[in-house]
Ligand binder design. Structure first.
Ligand code: NAD
Ligand code: UD1
Length: 337
């Protein structure tokens, strides 16, 4: 039996593929390679000594999914496939709704037709919208501020309704906080195309000299140093969270939501200072106006994942900064290096 990872060639998917393969299970990947490279999976194979077959195909196409389910004995699915750039989703909402919702709907239909009912879904802390009550608990109401976020809220709802209507479904919804870092080998990592939107990849490219300076968006927030606070989580901790979720899904019907975060918030300046100290590099920065749509503070209450899944994040901010830089140093142009 194998675990299907849709979007498994991407950043979180490739780290999760490695973790699942190392746990002794088989992995199959379906990815359209729109935002990823086959090279990531080649490196996963080098690191694990095991191959995860890649089917280049689209989750919104029934025939592509049919091919996977008829060729491989798929027991469980982790559904990473999706578009994820917030700004782009505001400019191209139909693209985001079509891709992210169609992918979820088509996948669920094909799974059911093939008697596969276990699915772990990549959701996001973005579903908490502008809630200011920290730490964020799974019981809070959801509400989004952009089309990308709405595709996550809507997919969560589709999955919950599906589980409510058909008790054969075992569904786990994972709300990731801010995934950063890379596998400690430096062989796989985050490879954004163009200028990164997110803080850690931006810092890495400034440290490397490819970008001149970091703009710190806002230094007048009600936080300890005025800069935005987030719950950064090491991508390998996140990958291990998926393994725990897959184990849980085996014998739990219904749909259950879990935060995957550390429970600790760090500011933009914490990241810059830790990155410089750990890696002995300079990260030039200047203060810039707030980025529209940003909130001051966002961090998880990760207690439910600990109690129910037996999972908690182990790696520190130092580990995150060291591993992100290790990947960047060895792969200055990502998988194209
Ligand atoms: P990523 O872009 O690296 O990976 C997503 C993968 O899905 C890519 O390889 C892309 O080519 C593929 N894909 C997209 N649409 C597809 C489709 N229709 N059919 C087949 N493949 C398709 O992103 P990631 O950071 O690894 O994120 C994985 C998932 O986690 C996404 O759903 C994302 O929204 C969610 N998430 C990510 C973050 C983050 O900060 N990285 C935070 C919260 C949630
Ligand atoms: C972003 C997404 C969110 C997604 C999350 C996953 C937006 C608006 N939100 O969240 O939907 O779930 O990634 O990781 O894109 N910062 C700078 N300078 C930069 C970049 C960022 O100061 O060049 C600051 C931001 O203002 C914020 C912090 O760094 O305070 C983190 O930003 P980022 O990495 O983009 O993540 P989020 O905004 O939390």
């Amino acid at each position: 039996m194998a675990i299907l990872l849709t979007g498994g060639a991407g950043y979180i998917g490739s780290h999760t593929a490695l973790t699942i393969l190392n746990s002794g299970m088989d992995v199959v990947v379906l990815d359209n390679l729109l935002n990823s490279s086959e090279e990531a999976l080649k490196r996963v194979e080098q690191l694990t000594g095991k191959k995860a077959p890649l089917i280049v195909g689209d989750c919104t196409r029934k025939e592509d999914l049919e091919k996977v389910f008829s060729q491989y004995p798929i027991e469980q699915v982790v559904h990473f496939a999706g578009l994820k750039a917030v700004g782009e989703s505001v400019e191209k909402p139909l693209l985001y709704y079509r891709n992210n919702l169609d992918a979820t709907l088509t996948l669920l239909e094909v799974m059911r037709a093939h008697g596969c009912f276990d699915i772990v879904f990549s959701s996001s802390a973005t579903v908490y919208g502008t809630i200011q009550e920290m730490p964020l608990r799974e019981t809070l109401p959801v509400g989004c501020t952009n089309p990308y976020g709405w595709t996550k809220c809507m997919s969560e709802q589709i999955l919950k309704d599906t589980a409510a209507a058909d008790e054969r479904f075992h569904i786990v919804l994972l709300r990731y906080f801010n995934p950063v870092g890379a596998h400690e080998s430096g062989m796989i990592g985050e490879d954004p195309s163009g200028i990164p939107n997110n803080l850690m990849p931006f810092i890495c490219q400034v440290a490397r000299g490819r970008l001149k300076e970091l703009s710190v968006f806002g230094h007048d927030y009600p936080t300890k140093d005025g800069t935005g606070v987030r719950d950064y989580i090491h991508v390998m901790d996140l990958a291990e969270g998926h393994l725990a979720a897959l184990h849980y899904a085996r014998d739990h019907a219904g749909a259950e939501v879990f935060n995957l975060g550390t429970g600790t918030g760090y500011s933009v300046m914490d990241l810059v200072n830790t990155f410089e100290a750990v890696n002995q590099v300079k990260v030039p920065y200047h203060f810039a106006p707030r980025r529209p749509g940003d909130i001051a503070t966002c961090y998880a209450d990760p207690a439910k994942a600990k109690e129910v899944l037996g999972w908690s994040a182990k790696r520190t901010l130092t580990d995150m900064c060291r591993d992100a830089w290790n990947w960047q140093k060895h792969n200055p142009d990502g998988y194209r290096s």
